[in-house]
Design a binder for this molecule. Structure first.
Ligand code: NAD
Length: 299
């Protein structure tokens, strides 16, 4: 008798469909109460093809659930002038009652610092959790807006059924948008968390004792099956283009033989990220309605 080896696949699309269906109901309810749906503004500095594909996908997802969305381009070649225009655009959107959430496409062009965004974006509209207020709320264990990708990694883990309380968790990557927020959420959830990064001496020594491994690096094949504890749950956040194909940071074939559950790339964390961003937008609209009714008042 042959026994089929291989970890359970944690697929994002079915969960994303379920989340979007719920968002569509929440959007309709919000529009009935306030006379307009929640609105998203996506701010892009310059024009570059790869990020445009991602943004078009977000705008399409908004349309599919009844959210109004707009793309705001900040053009120009001179960083100082572009930074000034970005500030004006973000102030305007922060004051616009039809805009419930704002995301700014990263990375920003050379010469424009994140501080430009931080200084101008309303934290209550910062649905991807880049503002220090939201990062600080997460750090202190309160409910702010967390980056959608980090949220997606956690959501996937929770839905996998893997126990988080008491688990040994290793997060590889310490960026403010993925690694660190994931680590804080796991610690809040009761895991014992180790954060590994580019200066970690012996990565495998850490991953081999982990019940949960979250990888967010941008390095294809970084984590192999030989580096995993049998039965580990593996969340691969990485997105890499190799020979025209999208792959994650985990060597899927070998990891699948050892892990109990694993996210595929593509098709794992990615689809969930976009769907969860929509839930953040609805929550932002609801919070603004509750905390600043004048901002969402019916005209
Ligand atoms: P980043 O470049 O900001 O951070 C990468 C992190 O990896 C750093 O903390 C660095 O110390 C660490 N690192 C680098 N080399 C390492 C090594 N050899 N061993 C251990 N750690 C190492 O990247 P990011 O923005 O956090 O993104 C990480 C990955 O996640 C990228 O592949 C990115 O494309 C992907 N991503 C996916 C989504 C999604 O929706 N699925 C969203 C955002 C980012």
């Amino acid at each position: 008798m042959t026994v089929q080896a291989g970890a359970r696949l944690l697929e994002g699309a079915p969960i994303a469909d379920e989340i979007r269906a719920k968002v569509a109901l929440d959007v309709a309810a919000f529009a009935r109460t306030h006379g307009h749906p929640p609105g998203l503004a996506v701010v892009v500095c310059g024009r570059n093809a790869p990020s445009m594909v991602y943004l078009e996908r977000i705008l399409k997802a908004c349309a599919s659930v009844g959210i109004e969305s707009r793309l705001v381009h900040v053009e120009g070649d001179d960083p100082a002038a572009q930074a000034a225009d970005l500030t004006v655009a973000l102030h305007r959107l922060s004051d616009d009652r039809t805009v419930s959430g704002i995301i700014v496409q990263m990375p920003l062009p050379a010469g424009i610092g994140l501080k430009v965004v931080i200084d101008a974006i309303d934290p209550l509209k910062d649905i991807d959790g880049i503002h220090p207020l939201n990062a600080g709320l997460l750090r202190l264990g309160f409910e702010g807006f967390v980056p959608a990708t980090a949220h997606a990694a956690l959501e996937m883990l929770e839905r996998s059924g893997a126990p988080i309380v008491g688990a040994e968790a290793v997060v590889i990557g310490r960026s403010p948008v993925v690694g660190m927020p994931v680590a804080f959420m796991l610690a809040k959830g009761g895991a014992t968390v180790t954060v590994c990064h580019s200066r970690t001496r012996d990565l495998a020594a850490h991953t081999r004792r982990a019940d949960i491994v979250v990888v967010a690096v941008g390095h294809p094949g970084l984590v192999t099956g030989a580096m995993l504890k049998p039965g580990a749950v593996v969340i691969d956040v990485g997105i890499n283009l190799v020979d025209g194909h999208i792959v994650g940071d985990v060597d899927f074939a070998s990891a699948r033989e050892v892990a109990s559950a694993i996210t595929p790339v593509p098709g794992g964390v990615g689809p969930l990220t976009g769907a969860l961003l929509l839930t953040h937008l609805v929550r932002a609209a609801q919070r603004q309605a509750a905390e600043r009714p004048e901002l969402v008042a019916e005209t």
